[in-house]
Design a protein around this ligand. Structure first.
Ligand SMILES: COc1ccc(C(=O)Nc2ccccc2)cc1NC(=O)CCSc1ncnc(N)c1Br
Length: 241
């Protein structure tokens, strides 16, 4: 019986295609499973990097978390395997690529599109939180689209299984809730804060507290001043702020 029957995958089960991008700690390629011709995304992590950054436990926990998460708006982790110096994650392939690209190309999205993506994100986050998983690093770069334009949350490089409050710092400043930035105890509601920031960014094309210097973003998001009005006056408001 072939190795796949026992769920033991290896590199020879796949034909590797073009690189999709650089995720955390490794590269991602399109790949095709030889027997089924099924298209997947294959993420390659180098063991020496995992050792160097001492993230074995995080990766192991990640695999536990991911194998239980099954939701239409959460990118699937189908399985994983390793060879002498690399670990391979077999991921669902999102044919539509990164939402980030669409947002930069279009400038901003329509209200209907924004509402659709926010609703999908809210569903995905509610599901993750029901499984005691906080993503903590949701930003447009980690949001992918499938062939039907359906949103998929990906790159759980920083997610944690959490019942208690977390204290570790992570993610870019623009999307982080004040309690995360102030390194205070936090819980799953940090993902809800991000939902608000993303909603603003989908509609206006840039995050609400964006600033040239991280320190300014820090000050702005602590103030939390946010009023929705027409796009250019909102930007003027923040420039004044
Ligand atoms: C469930 O998705 C993941 C689950 C886990 C991890 C991960 O690295 N965990 C991790 C790595 C090191 C240490 C601790 C955790 C990463 C992903 N996902 C990704 O990296 C997304 C790769 S980009 C891409 N993927 C599909 N289709 C496309 N068109 C693209 Br572009």
């Amino acid at each position: 019986k072939n190795a796949a029957a026992y769920g033991q995958w290896s590199l020879k089960n796949f034909e590797i295609g073009r690189p999709l991008g650089r995720g955390k700690f490794g590269r991602v390629y399109v790949a095709r499973e030889v027997k089924s011709k099924y298209i997947v995304a294959l993420k390659v992590l180098f063991k020496e990097q995992i050792d160097k950054y001492r993230i074995h436990h995080q990766l192991r926990r990640e695999m536990e978390i991911q194998s239980t998460l099954k939701h239409p708006n959460v990118l699937r982790l189908y399985g994983w395997f390793d060879d002498d110096d690399r670990i391979f994650l077999i991921l669902e392939y999102a044919h539509g690529g990164e939402l980030y690209g669409v947002l930069r190309e279009r400038g901003h999205l329509t209200e209907r599109e924004s509402a659709t993506y926010i609703a999908s994100l809210a569903n995905a986050l509610a599901y993750c939180h029901s499984q005691d998983v906080i993503h903590r690093d949701i930003k447009p770069e980690n949001l992918l689209l499938d062939h039907e334009g359906r949103l998929k949350i990906a790159d759980f490089g920083w997610s944690v299984q959490s019942r208690s409050k977390r204290h570790t710092m992570c993610g870019t400043l623009d999307y982080l809730a004040p309690e995360l930035v102030e390194n205070k105890a936090h819980d799953y509601t940090v993902d809800n804060w991000t939902l608000g920031v993303l909603c603003y960014e989908f509609l206006y094309g840039a995050p609400p507290f964006e600033a040239a210097m991280q320190h300014d973003t820090f000050k702005r998001l602590k103030k939390g001043v946010l009023t929705f009005c027409c796009s250019n006056c909102i930007r003027q408001l923040f420039i004044d702020l």
